[in-house]
Design a protein around this ligand. Structure first.
Ligand code: 13P
Length: 250
């Protein structure tokens, strides 16, 4: 059965002192047996500290990005092997901010997905349409293209290490959430698409998270939808009380 997951994407927020403070609050306030897998993604500089602090708790520490090459002359980049070496087992790939500001194409993301899986990292693969795509009713086509060009090259066996995160760009950081119905409609489309391209078993077992302005006051109604298995949380993951309220929304 697929798992419920709530992951906090801290983006480029929190220096070391702020990271320690937030981790301390999360550690103290998390219920012993949360209804979901809980993950936080601090910046690279704070990953080691976060992993060490949280290793005896149910909260997993994950990375926000990685480079597709094994090693080499890629100034400023971090490899899958480096992440693994400090205990990180999951990486977010394909976030719309990486696509928009750092020119990550579907082709580059296919390479990143392959590199992560080869290194036995679990991948939270993000995708989603811009507002213009939705207005022109091209959102289903666009999402299908993102999945086909970056993810559908993987083997059936590798799906156990994939989590999907549908994040409509127009809902990220805007306070405008997709309605629970819009989220459900897209998640059901994604699951059907995977069933067609692979098989129903894979489609039923992959967790599909929703991301985009999820807050404590809207999480429960979104997570209640049949094909929504949790959330990828930006702004609201920076406050322990808000994040944990979202974690407890199932
Ligand atoms: P917000 O929750 O701030 O809208 O961000 C969502 C997001 O981009 C998570 O990856």
């Amino acid at each position: 059965m697929r798992k419920n997951i709530v992951a906090g994407n801290w983006k480029m927020n929190n220096d070391l002192a702020e990271t320690k403070e937030l981790l301390g609050h999360l550690k103290m306030q998390l219920v012993k047996e949360p209804e979901a897998e809980v993950m936080v993604a601090p910046a690279f500089t704070n990953l080691y500290e976060a992993f060490q602090t949280l290793k005896s708790t149910p909260i997993q520490v994950i990375a926000q990005n990685m480079h597709q090459a094994k090693s080499g002359a890629f100034t400023g980049e971090v490899s899958a092997k480096m992440l693994k070496s400090i205990g990180i087992n999951t990486v977010i790939l394909g976030h719309s901010e990486r696509r928009a500001h750092f020119h990550e194409t579907n082709e580059i993301l296919a390479e990143k997905v392959n590199a992560a899986l080869e290194n036995e990292l679990r991948v939270i693969f993000c995708f989603g349409e811009e507002l213009e795509d939705r207005k022109s009713e091209n959102h289903f086509n666009l999402v299908e293209k993102q999945l086909k060009e970056s993810l559908y090259q993987i083997s059936e066996d590798n799906w156990k290490n994939i989590v999907l995160a549908y994040e409509p760009v127009w809902a990220i950081g805007t306070g405008e959430t997709a309605s629970p119905e819009q989220a459900q409609e897209m998640h059901a489309f994604i699951r059907n698409n995977i069933a067609d391209a692979f098989n129903d078993d894979i489609a039923q077992n992959v967790s599909i998270l929703y991301g985009g302005s999820v807050k404590p006051d809207n999480a429960a109604e979104i997570f209640a939808k049949e094909d929504v298995d949790g959330g990828l949380i930006g702004g609201a993951s920076l406050k322990a009380v808000d994040f944990l309220e979202i974690v407890n929304s199932f």
